[in-house]
Ligand binder design. Structure first.
Ligand SMILES: NC(=O)c1ccc[n+]([C@@H]2O[C@H](COP(=O)([O-])OP(=O)(O)OC[C@H]3O[C@@H](n4cnc5c(N)ncnc54)[C@H](OP(=O)(O)O)[C@@H]3O)[C@@H](O)[C@H]2O)c1
Length: 353
C-alpha cells in the first residue's frame, strides 16, 4: 500500500514507519525538516530508501504547505494516512499553539485526504481525552468536560472533528495511553511522560550523591495509584492492525488492562538506580517538604493530576481488533517494566544529561 504519515520525525512516527517499511509498504513521510530525518534515513531507514518519499511540510498550513503540483501528484495515490503530528505540550502558555497544531492541523490533514481521494485516515489521539474523569470508554467523549491541560482538550476537539468526516471517508481514532520504550529492548527516543519523571529522579540522585549525608529523598506519590503505561511496540502493532481490520468510525483505547502501580515503578527505579535513600510517601503539604523535595515536586507539577488517580480504560474494541489481526494482547510484567526503566536510567547519555 501507499501510506502517508504525518509526524514521521517523532517517537511514534519513526517506529510506525519502520514497521510499515518492513512489511513492504511505500511511505510518504510528512516532516517539517528533512534534515531531522537524516539520522533515520542513514540508520534504520537506510535499507528502505527506495520505499520512502519525503514530503517537507507543516500541518498548520493549507495543503500541509505542499505545492499544487505535489498535491496533484498525490491524487488517487495514497491508500491510507496516519495522522500522528501533534504538539505535546501540557503548558497553558502554549494553548493557542497547541490548538493550532492539534485541531487546525487535523482539519488541514482531513481536507487534504479528501482532496487527494485518500480513502482512510487513522488519527492518533490519546487515552487522556477522557479529561478529569476516572472512567473511560471507547466512544467519543463530550467535548465540554473538564480537562487537565490544553493538550487533552485539543486532542478531544480534534477527535470530534475527525468523527464528522466519517460520511466522507473511513476514519479510525486510536488512543494510546502513556507510551514507554520497547518491551523487547527497553529503547525509547522520547522525553515525554514517564521519561520526564525519570529525569527528575536522576537529578534527585545526583544531588543526594553530592550531599553524601545519607538523608532520605522523599517523593510524595500515592503507592496505590496505577499508571497506564503501554510499550511502544504494542502501540505500533495496534496501529498496524487498524490499517486493515478497523472499520469506519472505530475508536480504540490502546491501554494497559493491568497497569503497574506507582509503588511498582518506585521499587524498580530504586533498585535500578541503586538509590537506597529514595523513599515514597503519601502526599504531604508542601510546608512539610524540604526545599529539594519541593523543587522536585514543583518540576513535576504538570503531572500532578495524573499522579493522583487511577483511570479505568476499557479496551474491548482493541482486544477484538488484535484478535482479528492475530496479534497477542499486551503482557507487561515486572521484568518488562524493569527492562524499559533500566533502558533509560542506565543509558550513559541520559545519566550525564
Ligand atoms: N508519547 C506519548 O506518550 C503519547 C501518548 C498518547 C498519544 N500520543 C500521540 O501520539 C502522536 C505522536 O506522539 P510522539 O510521542 O511521537 O510525539 P513527538 O515525538 O513529539 O512527535 C510529534 C511529531 O509531530 C510533528 N509536528 C509537530 N508540529 C507539527 C507541524 N506543525 N507540522 C508538521 N509536523 C508537526 C513533530 O515534528 P518535528 O520533528 O518537526 O518537531 C514531531 O515529529 C501524537 O499525536 C500524540 O498526541 C503520544
Amino acid at each position: 500500500m501507499n501510506i502517508l504519515i504525518t509526524g514521521a520525525n517523532g517517537f511514534l512516527g519513526k517506529k510506525l514507519s519502520l514497521k510499515l517499511l518492513e512489511q513492504g509498504h511505500e511511505l510518504y513521510l510528512l516532516v517539517r525538516s528533512r534534515k531531522r530525518l537524516d539520522a533515520f534515513m542513514q540508520g534504520e531507514g537506510s535499507d528502505f530508501s527506495r520505499q520512502i518519499h519525503i514530503l517537507e511540510g507543516d500541518v498548520t498550513e493549507e495543503h500541509l504547505g505542499l505545492n499544487r503540483e505535489l498535491v496533484h501528484s498525490l491524487k488517487g495515490k495514497i491508500d491510507a494516512l496516519y495522522h500522528s503530528a501533534a504538539l505535546l505540550s501540557f503548558d497553558e502558555k502554549d494553548r493557542d499553539k497547541t490548538f493550532k497544531v492539534n485541531v487546525g492541523g487535523t482539519e488541514n490533514v482531513l481536507n487534504l485526504a479528501l482532496e487527494i481521494n485518500c480513502p482512510k485516515v487513522l488519527y492518533i489521539s490519546t487515552a487522556y481525552t477522557v479529561g478529569k474523569e476516572i472512567f473511560g470508554a471507547e466512544a467519543l467523549y463530550s467535548a465540554d468536560r473538564r480537562f487537565v491541560n490544553p493538550y487533552e482538550a485539543s486532542k478531544c476537539e480534534a477527535e470530534h472533528l475527525v468523527y464528522t468526516f466519517r460520511e466522507k471517508l473511513d476514519i479510525v481514532i486510536l488512543r494510546p495511553a502513556i507510551i514507554i520504550g520497547d518491551s523487547r529492548t527497553g529503547e525509547a527516543d522520547t522525553n515525554f511522560g514517564l521519561y520526564g519523571f525519570l529525569k527528575g529522579i536522576k537529578i534527585l540522585k545526583k544531588r543526594a550523591m553530592r550531599r553524601q549525608d545519607g538523608q532520605f529523598c522523599r517523593i510524595y506519590l500515592d503507592p496505590e495509584v496505577a499508571q497506564n503505561f503501554v510499550p511502544v511496540n504494542y502501540v505500533i502493532d495496534t496501529l498496524d492492525a487498524a490499517l486493515i481490520h478497523a472499520e469506519n468510525g472505530g475508536i480504540f483505547n490502546i491501554t494497559n488492562p493491568n497497569p503497574p502501580l506507582q509503588s511498582d515503578v518506585y521499587e524498580i527505579v530504586k533498585e535500578v538506580l541503586d538509590f537506597p535513600q529514595l523513599e515514597m510517601c503519601v502526599p504531604l503539604s508542601s510546608a512539610e517538604m524540604t526545599s529539594e523535595e519541593k523543587a522536585f515536586h514543583n518540576s513535576m507539577s504538570i503531572f500532578h493530576s495524573y499522579f493522583q488517580r487511577t483511570i479505568d480504560f476499557p479496551s474491548d474494541n482493541t482486544q477484538k481488533l488484535l484478535a482479528d489481526a492475530g496479534v497477542p494482547m499486551l503482557q507487561m510484567d515486572r521484568d518488562v517494566l524493569t527492562r524499559i526503566i533500566a533502558g533509560y536510567l542506565l543509558d550513559e547519555a541520559s545519566i550525564s544529561s
